[in-house]
Design a protein around this ligand. Structure first.
Ligand code: KG4
Ligand code: ZN
Length: 335
């Protein structure tokens, strides 16, 4: 069984082929660098770029895998949450292809796909588990009973962790997307130079808040007459440490409260080196197994969509031409 996965929920056009026996056969991504000039993703431009990129990416994917459309047994496409225009392009393409090839098509919840991206490391998800989702649009903790059964435990009340990285990078004049560049600049900085707030750590529950950190960074930057390279490095390192501390403390406390033996991370921010190291160390200390996706499957990719679609198709789902998009909402259980 070979499944095509299509991801166009934000600014990456990414397609992949997943084979039940052999795993990922190919994954091809066209990233939209054009948004850098605007300091963030411009929705209208994003959908137009997806329209331009989809067919060439599809052709390149089949060529890379040495296959033709006739080899595809089913199609999965991210149908939400995300930018409505971007999602519509991907879903329209998926439905046309399904109709042309006479194959089933399923809508994949983008956040569920991030959770399942962990399976691309080679092992099935060990459940029950607590999963920390940290992406550009989402920060949430889920309890996963099994693939297909999800309970939302906590989420951000304002900015997502990735959004915090992006906004801090913008304040420091570091470019977009902010996460990777903040991580790089922070390597030369002192993480305890500035005591930025660790929001919500003092309160119960499992929600997050990152808007206070963003404000604290802005106030700190405004108070500096000029910013030297070493000051920028210290701010980046201190802000990153504040984000990492909160994510790690909340996740491990949540895993303990839910008596699970496994912690997973997922989403673009899960690529962050200091977060991976700190989460692993805290989990080891707490006697919990730590897991994170392979680095190339942290940010948006077609592979995680194809892998998730295989689960859905195997469960007998086919959304057909009625498949629609949605812009927000937690992962829905289906098993
Ligand atoms: O999962 P993703 O590709 O897209 C969404 O579904 O939102 O996540 C993108 C986010 C961006 O905010 C980006 O700055 C962040 O992930 N990110 C990182 C790193 N790499 C990507 N944040 C921190 N450290 C990184 N190394
Ligand atoms: Zn994502």
């Amino acid at each position: 069984m070979i499944v095509l996965g299509i991801e166009t929920s934000c600014d990456d056009t990414s397609l992949a082929l997943y084979d039940r026996e052999r795993g990922i056969l190919a994954n091809v991504t066209a990233s939209q660098l054009i948004h850098e000039a605007y300091g963030g993703v411009v929705p209208e431009i994003a959908s137009r770029q997806h329209m331009r990129a989809l067919l060439p990416v599809y052709d390149a994917l089949l060529a890379k895998a040495g296959l033709t459309g006739a080899d595809i047994s089913g199609i999965g496409v991210s149908n939400g949450p995300g930018l409505v225009g971007s999602l519509l392009v991907g879903v329209g393409f998926a439905k046309s292809l399904a109709m042309g090839l006479g194959k089933p098509v399923v809508g994949v919840h983008h956040i569920e796909a991030h959770v399942i991206s962990n399976e691309l490391a080679g092992e099935p998800l060990h459940c029950p588990a607590v999963v920390l989702i940290v992406s550009g649009g989402h920060t949430a903790l889920y309890r996963v009973e099994r693939v297909g059964r999800y309970d939302l435990i906590g989420q951000t009340r304002d900015d997502a962790a990735g959004e915090a990285f992006d906004k801090i990078a913008k304040l420091l004049g570091l470019g977009f997307p902010g996460g990777p560049v903040v991580q790089r600049v922070a390597e030369k900085g002192n993480a305890s130079a500035i005591p930025f707030p660790r929001a919500m750590l003092d309160r119960g529950g499992f929600d997050f808040s990152f808007s206070g950190l963003k404000t604290a960074v802005r106030q700190h930057v405004d108070a500096c007459a000029t910013l030297t390279e070493s000051q920028i490095a210290d701010i980046a390192a201190s802000a990153q440490a504040a984000i990492v501390d909160v994510l790690v403390e909340r996740t491990v406390t949540c895993a303990r409260a839910h008596s699970v033996a496994h912690v997973y991370m997922a989403g673009g921010v899960a690529a962050n080196g200091p977060l991976r190291q700190a989460m692993q160390a805290a989990c080891e200390k707490a006697g919990i197994s730590y897991h994170a996706p392979l680095l190339q499957y942290c940010t948006d990719n077609g592979a995680m969509v194809a892998r998730t679609a295989e689960h859905l198709l195997t469960a007998g789902r086919n959304d057909g031409l009625a498949l629609d998009v949605f812009t927000r909402g937690p992962i829905k259980s289906w098993s």
